[in-house]
Design a protein around this ligand. Structure first.
Ligand code: NAD
Length: 325
């Protein structure tokens, strides 16, 4: 009948994002002096061609954050989605625009994959271009041999990596690139936009990742003793409650992104003291999550916006180096 004497802590994404704001603003001041001497603020444009209220709210947060941090932002609504491609091409050719993003889903099918590639790589703040994705999956961190131009990472997976660093799950005593060595994580989502890239990034950093989708479970690792330079993937079988429970109870990190209101990750499956992070728009953990979790991050959106702006600064720096070199 004894009550647990310790309850985990909730860490809000607003407190985490504050720790990155300062770094971004400082870098922004440096680049606006040298790279944008005309004094113009870096300009981000977001295209909205759907009626998703979540996208509208994400757009208004982006606007607010941009204004607070010294960026210019415009939301361009495209009521007829068949004109979106032309609008993106116009923005690609407009020298005043530094960054472009699209609120997905637009068509909700393979056409959305095409639209991602229409954005010019030099303006792709979300890091969705094929080159950036391929670099990420292959653990390639630079765009050039001289290692001056950093590759851009997709911003939601990057935000979750930064959250794990903030929570000190990344062990800074280990060498860069291996800082999740010895850790196990389970990720409930394997979408191409978040879950799969996130599993790859964490595994590339040395973590053993169980990647769960609605059908099956896969394991992402760099092999025994981190013998591979990039992650390998192994199928573990169907997503059954038994296998899910077994792997969850081994995991030091539980990350959820199930886009369903009724879905709740079973609290009894959480290893005592695990770190739990939810990036879904819906609450994927039950109210009693902190009876098991040591740290609980209920949402990640604000950190994602910070990463969007961090990517934007990096794009401007890369473009400056390209022109100079
Ligand atoms: P998606 O529909 O493309 O993918 C959902 C994934 O969850 C799939 O891999 C699917 O197989 C898996 N899944 C669904 N039900 C499951 C179940 N019961 N068990 C195991 N796996 C299950 O969605 P998405 O684009 O990845 O978005 C997911 C959620 O994350 C949405 O709520 C979205 O709003 C949110 N999101 C948040 C951010 C952010 O910055 N916080 C960014 C992008 C998306």
């Amino acid at each position: 009948n004894s009550k647990p004497s310790f309850a985990g802590r909730t860490i809000l994404s607003s407190s985490i994002s504050k720790s990155f704001t300062e770094e971004i603003v400082k870098n922004l001041e440096t680049i606006t002096k040298s790279v944008k001497p005309n004094g113009k603020k870096p300009y981000l444009v977001g295209f909205l061609a759907n009626k998703d209220p979540a996208a509208e709210s994400y757009a208004s947060w982006t606007q607010k954050t941009c204004e607070e941090m010294g960026f210019e932002y415009s939301l361009i609504k495209v009521p007829n989605k068949d004109f979106l491609e032309e609008k993106i091409i116009e923005a690609n050719n407009d020298d005043d625009i530094d960054g472009i993003m699209i609120y997905f889903p637009v068509f909700g099918d393979a056409q959305d994959q095409y639209l991602k590639q229409v954005i010019k790589i030099e303006k792709d703040v979300e890091g969705l271009n094929h080159t950036y994705y391929q670099n990420m999956y292959h653990n390639v961190r630079y765009l050039d041999e001289a290692k001056e131009l950093k590759s851009i990472l997709p911003c939601t997976p990057l935000a979750i990596i930064k959250i794990l660093e903030y929570l000190k799950v990344y062990n800074s005593l280990l060498p860069l690139g291996n800082r999740l060595y010895g850790k196990k994580a389970i990720i409930i989502n394997r979408s191409e936009i978040v879950g799969r890239p996130l599993a790859a990034l964490m595994a590339n950093d040395g973590c053993t990742v169980y990647s769960v989708d609605v059908n099956n479970i896969q394991k992402f690792t760099r092999g025994e003793g981190l013998k591979f330079s990039k992650h390998q993937v192994e199928d573990l079988g169907a997503n059954t409650p038994e296998l899910l429970k077994q792997l969850s109870l081994e995991s030091d990190i539980v990350i959820t992104g199930v886009p369903v209101q009724s879905y709740k990750f079973p609290t009894e499956n959480i290893k005592e003291g695990a770190v739990c992070i939810n990036f879904s728009f819906y609450k994927n953990f039950s109210d009693d999550v902190k009876t098991k979790a040591s740290l609980y991050v209920p949402s990640t959106g604000k950190v994602t916006i910070c990463m969007l702006l961090r990517n934007m600064v990096r794009l401007i720096e890369n473009n400056y180096h390209k022109k100079a070199g």
